[in-house]
Design a binder for this molecule. Sequence first.
Ligand SMILES: [Zn+2]
Length: 204
Amino acid sequence: MIFLFVWGKRPIEIPVGFVADFCFVCRKIAPFCVNRVSMVPHFWFIPVGKGRLLRHTKTCHSCWSTSDCERSRFFRIDRPFDNDLERLIATTFPTIREVYAERLALEECVAADSDALEREVRRKLLMEPFRMAAPHYEHGVGVRGLHLLIIALKPLHPRETEIRECLTHFRKSGARIGRRLRTAEIMKRLYEDTVERAPGSYDY
Ligand SMILES: [Zn+2]
């Protein structure tokens, strides 16, 4: 008789609570779900123990963008989230408005009139969403990246020439986002408003 044992290790992501942080896709302070990512031994695909901590990640509750989470930046991780953002700020990141004062002021300018921004500031703000979306094209098909790109670009009301300029930058550097995305596709998505997003992912 032959006995076959299936065992090994695999990364497992477990939600551990919520924090408030600034979301660069939503362009505002938002609730984030914090996940503990661990390498966990499994036997017949059933996890055994808590495993070795690899990192924490955080996922925005509005746009679902995920990024690494520096645990020490937060006073604590709260749970559960009761849709009261101000309470979440007070318990997890009470100094958030001071820490992000400059960025929050900049976002007020974007909301008021993004065309009035200094040329170089506007160029940096336009490039930022492409940098956030780029890894989705390097490590996947990019659908998620395009979704986030459109949400983050919309408040800037970009012109076709500006989008082309950003894509040219990535094409020249050899990044896949530059080869896979077309200016016309982005313009179509930006001005047709076909992106599905959670209500309130941005307020302007
Ligand atoms: Zn977000």
